[in-house]
Write a protein that binds this ligand. Structure first.
Ligand SMILES: [Zn+2]
Length: 128
């Protein structure tokens, strides 16, 4: 029994495991952001090469469209990074895994799928 005498506060999953999962999610997110930034840079370069001002240039239109897609994905990845960082802060003050809306527990399966979730499934569904 080498528990270290550390008390786990009221959770099914120890804070250490929660933090580990979030740190991993953060690393995956960072990879994703880097990848998307590179794609974005390539599209910016490509649209310089093609005549982007010419709306009859089909290649230019495709590049512009793809660039928009990448920009949208990048925005999403960045805001999910912020959400993961907030979740890490919640682990630190023991609020992680507790629904922000009803104060009930968030199902572990939901946290596995979306480690940055701030509400239980019922509240998430009600908000929609
Ligand atoms: Zn709830």
């Amino acid at each position: 029994m080498t528990d270290g005498g550390q008390e786990e506060i009221g959770g099914a999953a120890p804070a250490r495991a929660q933090r580990q999962r979030l740190v991993q999610a953060l690393a995956e997110n960072a990879d994703q952001v880097t990848d998307l930034e590179q794609q974005h840079a390539r599209f910016v370069e490509a649209s310089k090469d093609s005549n982007a001002d010419d709306e009859h240039d089909p290649e230019g239109a495709t590049i512009a469209f793809e660039r928009e897609q990448v920009t949208a994905l990048l925005d999403r990845a960045r805001s999910s990074r912020a959400a993961i960082e907030q979740a890490l802060a919640r682990v630190d003050d023991g609020r992680y895994g507790t629904c922000e809306r009803c104060g009930g527990p968030i199902a572990p399966a939901r946290l596995e799928a979306r480690p940055e979730a701030t509400t239980c499934i019922a509240c998430a569904a009600a908000r929609r």
